[in-house]
Design a protein around this ligand. Structure first.
Ligand code: ANZ
Ligand code: ZN
Length: 801
């Protein structure tokens, strides 16, 4: 027959699918719906990476299968196109970021198209399109009106040499990524979003969704709910009370010293009383150079300075204890001060050992607290603790909190690690923040009718040398009138972070051209929640949390009908180079997907990326693996040469057919694409072993394989003269009863040595089994038979002398 010409076939079918609008989601809301979503890419100048097709193919498989199962499927694609690399490219090459974005999008789209994805391209969105960011701004205004967007002094990263504010990702090991100069923190007034108001709701919402476990854990850890108490310690002989946050109020009798963070305001307040002020001041300067992350690292050697001239009183036993300054206590958490219980907290223990501070055991159950902190809370009774003695930890906590509350020196307290979201960027290529500042009225929102507030053209995309966004230099644009009083006012010149557009994009796909609302109520009601959202592990904290926050807020506002945006969330592993290292230009191990599509075909690339290994783990690229998948498709192609008539599965294949349908159907829904493909490979081998495949078997085989390799399967289907398209077929059914193996293969042995294998009904009786076995090895039975053994379902053994 004709050889398998992937290039011609793939282009042909991509055109047909476009012309037939084969994968358009319909607005027929009477049908059952399925919303499959992958994270939309940032259209970088590098183009598609072989990492992109892995998740896109996986959910394309799900989308195609669900369509064949009768669902109205929404599988959309778009561009998360604001952001730094484009802006930096624009600065360097003096090309408008809009043009850079247009070119990159065009390239990306052509590449995705060449992979045959069943995206509904009519719903394509782009976060930089004013008709899109109009609604991003609209959501911001809603947040502002609800008091959830506010201005606050926050530090930004400031390069002392370039004199620009840097994004976190531009600061590498404390220096500027571009020039290598030290980066310092500069305080600037910035827009903040009060995500902390939603901490509890974002935690609760996790109970209603089915996310893979590690994603749930990362959400929970980021929110970081912690329950404990605030306790006041009197500073000896002073007005001031030092309030600490502790999760272990039960250990108060074991608090042998206190620690305040280097930024704690009490230090400046009691400057006059502190005799070693210079040493403290030195220490604070050192601490200012470290990041919170560095400071809280467990493994780091503890440092600190005792305050000479101030001490505190432990409120439960009136003992005077020293106050230290150490950077392991962060100002950004709790109260910025702690009571140290070295016997039961590892960091305190290390600190106490280093500075020779007393360690008093108050929970019995460990070995020797002088050797190691005992941090267990599930077992252990209180000792050396007055009125708590003999109680278990949980009981002791309650009793201590009651005691503190009664004395008015403490209360139970819940803390969250979650911080408010810094929402300002001093950059050009982002959504303008639709707020003006009026001397009389303060921060005033633009009226909705003025949205979108479009980005004006500027002469330079470079941030200004006082750290303002380049928009600040556009005085014509900046100076405006106050929507409230009509007086002179200035526009906000910071723009939104890249997280903004991606925090609600899945809503827009449901109704992308709506000019009256971000999407119609009907569309949102029908399509939400997203049934399955897959994305990178690197986005399972921030992006997921930010978008859940916006969604929950919009739910509270009555804009969206569901509390949670995504019913199911999974994550894929990375694709590494042949050497097992991350693909990068400098390592010279980058594979270009275009080359694979050209040389082997999109179907091969798709099959390979699904066959490469367990979906959730990273996997190394292998050119041999690609070739293996191509060989598989070549053999699929050649099945046409052994095709025979027959409108029902042949009995020899019946079980295997039903088994394969069952396995592929369930594997496709459970991230086990590799084993689904392996099952199809095994079935294909069986057809070759048999020397034929019949029409009914071939049709089912092509339908099962179609979601993975859509082009080749359509072409063969058409070649064979089968009616319609594969994509429009009904997904094959399996009969549970027929998946059960009803024959068994039995080794036939002579004196314990296997001589043949016989296939028999699973429920064969002893006599029939032995007779069938003997017949098969008749020519080898030359001696006298002394024993005939049948171990049911296992072995036939003939013993001869
Ligand atoms: C006394 C104590 C005794 C503590 C004990 C722990 C064990 P999570 O669970 O993360 O909320 N802490 C409080 N504020 C801190 C800050 N700003 N910087 C560094 N550490 C701080 O941790 C709460 C515990 O971390 C608190 O409970 C406090 O130490 C410390 F056997 O208080 B604990
Ligand atoms: Zn005003």
């Amino acid at each position: 027959g004709t050889p398998y010409n992937h290039r011609a076939i793939e282009q042909k079918w991509q055109k047909i699918w476009d012309d037939e609008k084969a994968f358009a989601a319909t607005d027929d809301y009477s049908k059952p719906k399925y919303y499959a979503l992958v994270e939309f890419p940032y259209p970088s100048g590098q183009g598609l990476h072989v990492g992109h097709p892995r998740p896109y193919t996986a959910l394309d498989i799900v989308a195609r299968k669900r369509r064949m199962q009768g669902y109205n499927v929404l599988y959309p694609m778009g561009w998360d196109a604001f952001g730094l690399p484009t802006e930096n490219y624009a600065i360097k090459n003096k090309i408008h970021p809009r043009i850079v974005t247009e070119n990159n999008v065009k390239h990306f789209k052509q590449q995705l198209h060449s992979l045959g994805y069943s995206f509904d391209w009519d719903r394509e969105i782009n976060t930089t399109d004013p008709q899109y960011y109009k609604w991003t701004q609209w959501i911001f205004l809603k947040l502002f009106k609800e008091g959830l967007a506010y201005k606050s002094e926050m530090p930004i990263n400031w390069c002392t040499s370039c004199k620009v504010g840097l994004a976190n990702e531009e600061v590498v090991n404390g220096v500027c990524e571009r020039c290598g100069s030290p980066v310092v923190r500069k305080v600037k007034s910035q827009w903040m979003l009060k995500i902390t108001d939603y901490a509890e709701k974002l935690l609760e919402g996790l109970e209603d969704v089915d996310y893979i476990e590690r994603v749930k854990v990362s959400q929970k850890n980021w929110i970081g709910k912690s329950q404990g108490a605030e306790v006041e310690f009197q500073v000896a002989g002073k007005e001031e009370k030092l309030t600490v946050y502790t999760t272990r109020p039960d250990t108060l009798f074991g608090a042998t010293y206190m620690v305040v963070s280097p930024e704690h305001p009490m230090l400046d307040k009691y400057k006059e009383d502190i005799k070693n002020w210079d040493a403290i001041q030195d220490y604070r300067e050192q601490a200012a150079k470290k990041s919170d992350f560095e400071r809280s690292e467990l493994a780091k050697e503890k440092t600190g300075v005792a305050i000479d001239g101030l001490s505190a009183i432990n409120p439960v036993n009136e003992k005077e204890i020293p106050i230290w300054v150490s950077d392991y206590v962060l100002m950004s958490y709790g109260t910025g001060a702690i009571m140290a219980v070295p016997a039961h907290d590892t960091r305190d223990w290390e600190f106490a050992k280093k500075f020779d501070l007393p360690i008093i055991e108050v929970v019995a159950g460990g070995e020797n607290v002088q050797e190691e902190a005992y941090t267990e809370v599930a077992s252990g009774k209180l000792i050396n603790s007055g009125f708590l003695d003999g109680l278990e930890v949980a009981e002791a906590k309650k009793k201590m909190i009651a005691f503190l509350e009664e004395k008015g020196i403490g209360k139970s307290k819940t803390n969250f690690k979650l911080r408010d979201w810094v929402f300002s960027r001093q950059r050009y290529w982002g959504e303008p923040i639709p707020i003006v500042k009026c001397e009389k009225c303060g921060y005033v929102p633009l009226p909705e009718s003025e949205l979108p507030l479009e980005l004006p053209d500027v002469d330079s995309y470079m941030p200004t040398d006082n750290g303002e966004s380049p928009l600040a230099a556009m005085t014509d644009w900046v100076n405006t009138t106050c929507p409230c009083c009509g007086g002179p006012a200035q526009r906000e010149t910071d723009t939104m972070p890249q997280w903004a557009g991606s925090s609600w994009y899945f809503l827009r796909y449901t109704d992308p051209k709506n000019t009256e609302a971000l999407a119609s109520k009907e569309a949102l009601k029908y399509w939400l929640p997203v049934d399955w959202y897959n994305g990178g592990m690197e986005h399972t904290t921030l992006h997921l949390l930010y978008s859940r926050f916006w969604h929950r807020f919009l739910y509270d506002q009555g804009v969206v009908p569901t509390k949670e945006p995504y019913q199911k969330r999974t994550s894929h592993g990375m694709i590494l180079g042949e050497n097992g290292e991350k693909m990068s230009k400098s390592r010279g191990n980058v594979v270009n997907p275009d080359d694979i599509v050209m040389d082997y075909g999109a179907d091969t690339l798709r099959t390979y990326e699904m066959f490469i290994g367990a979906f959730d783990l990273s996997a190394s690229w292998s050119e041999n693996g690609v070739k293996g998948c191509r060989r598989f498709l070549d053999r699929v192609w050649k099945l046409q040469e052994i095709l025979v008539d027959g409108n029902e599965y042949r009995s020899a294949f019946e079980t295997k057919m039903h088994q394969t349908i069952q396995k592929v159907s369930s594997d496709f829904e459970n991230l086990k694409y590799n084993t689904a493909i392996a099952a199809m490979m095994s079935l294909l081998n069986d057809f070759y072993k048999e020397g034929s495949i019949n029409r009914a078997e071939f049709k089912t085989f092509l339908i099962l394989l179609n979601p993975v390799a859509p082009h080749i399967t359509e072409e063969i289907w058409e070649n064979c003269g089968y009616e319609g398209r594969v994509y429009a077929q009904t997904w094959p059914e399996f009969d549970e009863a027929k998946t059960v193996e009803d024959t068994i293969e039995l080794p036939v042995q002579i004196n314990g040595k296997t001589r043949a294998v016989v296939t028999l009904p699973a429920d064969v009786d002893k006599d029939t089994a032995i007779a069938a076995g003997k017949e098969l090895i008749a020519d080898k039975l030359t001696g006298t038979i002394v024993k005939e053994i049948y171990v049911p379902g296992r072995i036939i053994n003939i013993v001869q002398k």
